[in-house]
Design a protein around this ligand. Structure first.
Ligand code: WTA
Length: 649
């Protein structure tokens, strides 16, 4: 089947969809021609305490980068996600929880969620957390993670959720960077039957002398495994919650007050604290959730992303709850204890919208029919994909096998920095092509530029930029606005640069080709090569390191690390294992190199710049077409590296 084959919109979808093809065209046009009017209207998806005066106040002009939406408006995010639904559907399930162990599940109605979030808000207030203070959340996939986030928002505190897979060092770095006052964690997490020592990691992180801000650690009891306890600092979630009151008045915040900081990897330096504010972010999360998943009140919605990533923020918690939806939080992994687990969860909870990642789809596809054994999946109506380009084979398998060939797939391109979905089909409006994210969402103006910044027209391939602001856009990098401008607004003038490349076909549909910078995407996780390199060179025996990505059938990309040892050090199998563990300890399991290539020397230009283009090719086993190597200081280096090229075992 040609990859340009268009899947027509499946029968029954367009008729009942919120947006059909004609409406998309009309609304899109208005959204870019009259953004103030369009987003002024869409802003009404929320309840505001004080109405906004200025919808859009933005500029991408160098020296005057300004991103402000809904100025003058005040609101409370938790009230929008919970309280306002109490009037219409207090007993609707807000959060459906499915444990790692299928015998454990839980339901929280909007009324129950309200009570829990009010208690948690009072708990934080009693610990002297005030508007603007930062709270770190390092939690497993349990409802309490969402409750903690919503409680912060309810009192105007800023949360920073740290993915449970990050190591103590990574946790320490984040807590220090944003000066978090409180850490909320659990004794342990549970994934695929294995405990994750969250509290132990926090203990270790807080031993780091750089961490001075964290005063208290609130511990949710998940597994009950005993561990260290520091009296006066460590507090049990259940004890504090039991003594906290169930009444709480949400604190009004300005539209542009910070809501959260989320750390993500860039091409240079340490992770960046992407800062999102309240009003525009929530308008955008809610609007995209509603239209892109074609949300109907009877839907059961399941996003498999971890709460520690942006997808977990916008489409596990905030978007769905703002729309009054039922959102499923799954603690486990899609292929445990059987490859059919994901399909079983769909059947068990009658999931109608499923949003997952290509890496999960490919892992299940590799299992063949056992991934759907004994399941029907006939409750499904819409499928979504996020996090990395989805290859056409995986797309077709998802469509046919999981979706029984009757569910549109929305392949959603976006980023931590964009807050919400940017380029994506709409179920009732867009004909689908396997592997294409298709068209921009309302208000999003993509363009493709060549390396000189010239705008390319028609069918072409280039650097993907966005030429005007949208409400969900990140406002800054916490504590480093100069880096924000430098990272996103300096490569190309007057636009936001995504760091991705894309192709536009003759129909005007976009195909994301992947990062054009030194950022890797491993199993849908964003990792900076610089970050992994700096972890490697912090090892006492390592002199130099260069990390590149290589194609991997399931993970999308695997991590290939060239390592030069200090003079006199010998590469041994023990050192190989030790170095991989080192990176695991420095960053976390997701950053562990798949391959170490002991390199006596790295290819460099005469000015000393490492030639990554060549390293990428050697790692991928491309022995021909290395391009111009004449600028190399020592062309013999390449020959030697080629002879030693490693493969993943
Ligand atoms: C990649 C995740 C192709 C892209 C939401 C982007 C995608 C990075 C897609 C952001 C998609 C995300 N097709 N590539 N549908 N979605 N990406 O910040 O390279 O964790 O720049 O946000 O993931 O990763 P992040």
């Amino acid at each position: 089947m040609s990859h340009n084959y268009k899947h027509p919109i499946p029968p029954g979808i367009a008729e009942n969809a919120l947006i059909n093809a004609g409406q998309y065209t009309e609304m899109y046009q208005q959204s870019v021609e009259q953004p103030d009017i369009f987003w002024g209207q869409q802003g009404k998806i929320l309840d505001w305490i004080t109405p906004y005066q200025t919808v859009k106040n933005t500029s991408f002009v160098p020296g005057d980068i300004r991103i402000r939406w809904y100025e003058g408006g005040t609101l409370n995010l938790a009230a929008n996600c919970i309280d306002r639904h109490l009037a219409t559907h207090p007993d609707k399930i807000a959060i459906l929880w499915e444990g790692d162990d299928a015998s454990q599940s839980q339901q929280l109605t909007y009324r129950q969620l309200h009570e829990q979030v009010c208690r948690a808000a009072n708990m934080l207030t009693a610990l002297n957390v005030k508007k603007g203070d930062v709270v770190a959340i390092y939690m497993p996939m349990v409802p309490e993670a969402a409750i903690a986030m919503l409680a912060c928002a309810r009192i105007g505190a800023v949360h920073t959720v740290i993915f449970g897979g990050f190591s103590p060092d990574a946790v320490a770095g984040r807590i220090t960077d944003c000066a978090a006052k409180i850490v909320i964690t659990a004794d342990e997490g549970l994934r695929a039957g294995r405990p994750i020592p969250l509290k132990k990691n926090v203990d270790e992180a807080l031993k780091n002398p750089t961490v001075t801000s964290a005063e208290k650690v609130i511990v949710f009891r998940r597994t009950g495994t005993p561990g260290e306890w520091q009296d006066g600092r460590d507090l049990w979630w259940h004890e504090l919650m039991a003594s906290a009151g169930t009444e709480h008045t949400p604190v009004p915040v300005n539209a542009e007050d910070p809501l959260f900081i989320l750390y993500t990897s860039g091409s240079t330096g340490k992770p960046k604290g992407v800062l999102h504010t309240t009003g525009g972010y929530l308008v955008y999360a809610a609007t995209t959730f509603k239209y892109v998943f074609d949300y109907h009140p009877e839907d059961i919605y399941w996003c498999t992303a971890d709460v520690g990533w942006i997808t977990g923020h916008s489409y596990l918690v905030y978007g769905p709850l703002a729309c009054g939806a039922t959102t499923l939080i799954f603690e486990g992994v899609p292929n445990w204890p059987t490859p059919a687990r994901m399909a079983q969860v769909v059947d068990k909870h009658q999931v109608s919208i499923l949003y997952t990642a290509p890496t999960a789809i490919r892992a299940l596809m590799a299992e063949g029919d056992s991934a759907i054994a004994g399941t029907r999946r006939d409750s499904l109506r819409i499928l979504g994909s996020v996090g990395e380009p989805i290859n056409p084979e995986a797309w077709e398998w998802y469509y046919r096998t999981i979706g029984n060939s009757h569910c549109p797939i929305v392949d959603t391109w976006w980023q931590t920095e964009t807050g919400g979905l940017m380029i994506t089909p709409l179920p009732g409006a867009t004909e689908l092509k396997a592997g294409s994210a298709t068209r921009p969402f309302f208000g999003v103006q993509p363009a493709l530029l060549d390396n000189d910044g010239i705008t390319l027209e028609g069918a072409c391939e280039g650097n993907l930029v966005i030429t005007d602001s949208w409400p969900g856009q990140a406002r800054t990098l916490f504590g480093d606005h100069a880096r924000f401008e430098q990272t996103y607004f300096s490569a190309f003038r007057n636009c936001y640069f995504s760091g991705d490349g894309a192709r536009r076909d003759a129909d005007g549909d976009y195909w994301i080709t992947g990062r054009v910078d030194d950022v890797l995407n491993v199993s849908g996780h964003r990792l900076g090569t610089a970050e992994i390199e700096s972890a490697l060179v912090s090892h006492p025996k390592i002199a130099e390191a260069a990390v590149v990505g290589i194609p991997h059938a399931i993970k999308g990309q695997a991590i290939y690390a060239y390592v030069t040892l200090n003079a006199g050090e010998e590469p041994t199998p023990e050192l190989y294992t030790e170095v991989r563990h080192w990176v695991r300890k420095e960053i976390g399991p997701i950053a562990t190199p798949d391959v170490l290539h002991w390199a006596e020397m790295l290819p460099k230009t005469r000015s000393g710049k490492i030639m990554r283009r060549i390293l990428r090719k050697i790692a991928a086993g491309e022995t021909s077409g290395l391009g111009d190597t004449s600028t190399l200081a020592d062309p013999g280096v390449v020959e030697r590296l080629l002879e030693e090229q490693q493969t993943i075992n």
